[in-house]
Write a protein that binds this ligand. Structure first.
Ligand code: PRP
Ligand code: URA
Length: 209
């Protein structure tokens, strides 16, 4: 599990508990997903390169560090991944956002692509794929594959809750990817839902059920 980073910060665990609760309504759920994404982003961006610049403080000159202007891209997997975009971009507002639309076929549980719109210079960007749920891993593995086929070399995956099966699939198909999660749950049920999980992330974010 060396490329799996489980974020156990108390604030992350607290907010995760709130979104698991079936009594949490759409408004609060949406706000919490954004807050969780921002808290996770702090750690995901840890290896951003810095460069030195000179700054004049009221007391004199100082050599300081600034983010070196690396090109970043956030790629939400539609639709639930949309809930994580604002949190991820709040800390790095210049990041571009690409969208990959996938839904799981309810019979086969395999992902079906229905939309893809990415920044034109995608191969030059470090990419962060976001999706609240990593269940069978089919959607994340397919999204990463699309990005690699389009020339992306540096990709990270950020999910709120993962099943062991999903982590195993992404590791098997994409051993080079770092995976950031707030929790690894027990298992999948027979419909491919994470147990205990939080139910259907898209429906809870958008109030569609
Ligand atoms: C959910 C979730 C992931 C996928 C995870 O999306 O947001 O994209 O399922 O499952 P997997 O790891 O087994 O592929 P869903 O297909 O329900 O679509 P939605 O976001 O439009 O609700
Ligand atoms: N997609 C979800 O939204 N929730 C799950 O538990 C599994 C897949």
């Amino acid at each position: 599990m060396s490329n799996v980073h489980v974020m156990d910060h108390p604030l992350i665990q607290h907010k995760l508990t709130l979104i698991r609760d079936k009594e949490t309504g759409v408004k609060e759920f949406r706000e919490l997903v954004e807050e969780l994404s921002l808290l996770m982003a702090y750690e995901v961006y840890r290896d951003l390169p810095l460069r030195e610049i000179e700054v004049e403080t009221p007391m004199g000159k100082s050599m300081c560090h600034t983010i070196s202007g690396k090109k970043l891209g956030i790629v939400p997997i539609l639709r639930a991944g949309l809930g994580m975009v604002d949190g991820m971009t709040k800390l790095v507002p210049t990041a571009k956002v690409g969208h990959i639309g996938l839904y799981r076929d309810p019979e086969t549980l395999e992902p079906v692509e229905y939309y893809c719109k990415l920044p034109t210079d995608i191969e030059e960007r470090d990419l962060i794929v976001v999706d609240p749920m990593l269940a069978t891993g089919g959607s994340a593995a397919a999204a990463i594959q699309f990005l690699k086929q389009r020339g992306s070399k540096n990709i990270k995956l950020v999910c709120l809750i993962a099943a062991p099966e999903g982590i195993a699939r992404v590791q098997e198909e994409h051993a080079d990817i770092d995976i950031f999660v707030a929790a690894v749950d027990e298992k999948l049920d027979s419909h491919g839902y994470i147990v205990p999980g939080l139910g259907d992330a898209g429906d809870r974010l958008f109030g569609t059920k």
